[in-house]
Ligand binder design. Structure first.
Ligand code: CA
Length: 229
């Protein structure tokens, strides 16, 4: 479980990182908003701990930008501003929890654990890519307002690929996620499934591409970002 800690106070960074690492989490540290954006761009996190008083940007704007960019990672806000309206603003902007300084690091670790038990996609039940909007609750995909008819397993594949859009998903990983222990899954059946999904998405003019990375796996992008990867 990987956490991004966005905090500019060195003492607090040291204290929190220590407690979180002792609790078994992997922690990356960002000391400003610019740093945080860079980290969010390259890594995927299970949780972001976000200070509101950052040197270059208000943490609330960082949160809004993350949510605007459809990043639905759970966010725990840290702040000295203990006013109620700030808390409400934070929760409305898509924060999952709020802690006001000063606090005990044990309490922070406990809250972190609680947040990680929640489903990560609680903020946005829709995944979007190209013209596809995928409803993770109804498990239905639409392209340009038209329902895309998919089998159960094609739907699972689409969801996995959309969640990882722009990133490589290995064939082994797909095989593991798509087929249970007692089912006949193979690299070949994954290929067939990808082929079928690709065809249906093409027919629906979904404007998304599933790239094949030979010997590695697949990556889904929207058409605009084409073959550039
Ligand atoms: Ca601060």
């Amino acid at each position: 479980m990987r956490i991004l800690l966005v905090e500019d106070n060195e003492k607090l960074i040291a204290l929190l990182s220590d407690s979180l690492r002792q609790a078994g989490f992997t922690v990356d540290e960002s000391v400003c908003a610019e740093d945080a954006y860079a980290a969010l761009d390259v890594a995927s996190y299970d949780l972001v701990i976000l200070d509101l008083g950052l040197p270059d940007e208000d943490g609330m704007d960082v949160l809004k930008t993350m949510r605007f960019n459809r990043n639905s990672v759970p966010v725990l806000i840290l702040t000295a501003r203990d006013m109620l309206d700030q808390k409400i603003k934070g929760l409305n902007a898509g924060a999952d929890d709020y802690m006001t300084k000063p606090f005990e690091s044990e309490e922070l670790v406990a809250r972190v654990r609680a947040l990680m038990r929640r489903p990560a996609q609680s903020h946005d039940i829709y995944l979007r890519l190209g013209r596809v909007i995928y409803d993770t609750v109804a498990r239905q995909a639409e392209a340009g307002g038209e329902l895309v008819r998919l089998s159960n397993r094609e739907t699972s594949l689409l969801e996995i690929m959309m969640r990882a859009s722009g990133k490589i998903v290995t064939k082994e990983n797909l095989e593991m996620q798509l087929y249970g222990y007692d089912e006949e899954g193979s690299a070949n059946s994954v290929e067939v499934l990808v082929h079928r999904l690709r065809k249906k998405l093409d027919q629906a003019k979904a404007d998304v591409l599933i790239h094949t990375l030979r010997g590695i796996g697949y990556m889904m992008t929207d058409k605009e970002h084409g073959q550039a990867h």
